[in-house]
Write a protein of this length. Sequence first.
Length: 530
Amino acid sequence: MWTNGVERFCYRKVESKGKISFLEIPDLPSFGQSEDEAERPHFDQLKPANSDALLFAFRRCHNYIAGNQGLQKPQAFWELLKLIFCKIHDERESQEVQFYAAPGERNGLNGDLKVKKRIDGLFSAVRADYPSIFAENDEIALKPSVLAYIVSQLQMYCLLESDVDVKGQAYEEIVGANLRGDRGEFFTPRNICNMAVAMLDPAEGQLILDPACGTGGFLIAAMNHVIEKIRAAEIEKWKGDLKRAEQKIAARIAKFAGASIVGLDFNPELVKATKMNMVMNNDGAGGLFQANSLASPATWDEELRDRKLLGKVDLIFTNPPFGSKIPIDEPAILEKFDLGHTWSYSADTDRWTMGSGIQRSQPPEILFIERCINFLKPGTGRVAMVLPDGILGSPGLGYVREWILRNTQVLASIDLHPDTFQPNVSVQTSLLVLQRKTSEQIAIEDAAGARSEYSVFMAVANHVGHDKRGVRTYVRDKKGNEIVEEIIETVKEYEEGTPIYKKQKTLRKVVDDNTLQIAQTFRKWLSDQR
């Protein structure tokens, strides 16, 4: 095997009639595998991707398509996504692995045509299953030789069993490199998504929304948080009998993901890519819609309007687009929002008052605050939202804080490290957690002329697991050595075709990240407040 960390090539030495040649193969065979077994993998031989392996594989494939098919990188990206879908469909539906390219096929005269025939069959089934993502006339537009190479690079992984964070990081890097627009879009790091989700602790039966879902990072984190609860409950119910538990788990997950996960985004291509991400991460793709979250609900398509989201949502996790470069200046939108109106400040009362005039424009994140609160159930609905620090401290935005304090109870404010969104963008942000007040609570406080006093949880996320270049950082001892900890992880293996979960000890470096610690502390603080 030869690698430079981005590309990887594996070869098998072949001796024939005294001549030595080298055949390129997808991967080094596992110990004990025969040549035939190594050429055509079986499902119980597929391995979950770990660490950066999947990221490097996606990069390799994406670059190979761009370099050998003559496509622009965004076009190459969509072709790669088609193949990822074929791979997932194969893992879910096929009895025997169809997504593979044997070395003999890659090097034979018509072998790559056999690969193309198998993959075209898979893609035909994918098109039928996901008409909202793929059109009837969509085809895999790759040359057979290029297609066979891509298949060979992905065939040894089991995408469905790969760690959610591994898949998320790999997928979002490829999406971000191709679909990030000029609308203030930057994707939320997975640890921040996990922190927000752990803080609000979603459960089955709760309606979860992200009105600016991007690639679905928050929704996937929330979905998998609930799925782990479902899995733990069913395994306990069936006393560890995995075979019986798995069927019940699958049914509950399908019901939850289909009914309780909703995401909106303005970018239609991003919605399409997010649906693919959701399918790869347990499937909640049916609740994703292309829509302008700030526009009147009357302008949304019928299926979304039928959901009647305003005032019905239990939990919102979101990182709305930021910036004065993408202002909302349509009067028809601005007049529907309190924060789209002009406000005046009285030094005598130290209060802001809303006027009848309309602002000429507003940055989208300000209007998103109000729209998110309007989505929530009064009295119980909660939102965790990433916001620029200017909203929390700028003197000229005091009216925004006035509106927040009048309409919500501030549960938490988490100051995020300046490097949180690096290496993509440098912006100082906080995670604000709010709970919507009822109209009765607001009326009582207005009549009293004062706001109720309560405690607010505050923390600083000053260790986010990476530096400004995006390089992962680890906890070190006083001598500067990286600290290693022993952990017990659950591994899924197959014995005679039956899935078996085993515990094994392994060592790992301790990532310098305190976001999960903040979430755990918040949960304890919240329970102490009751």
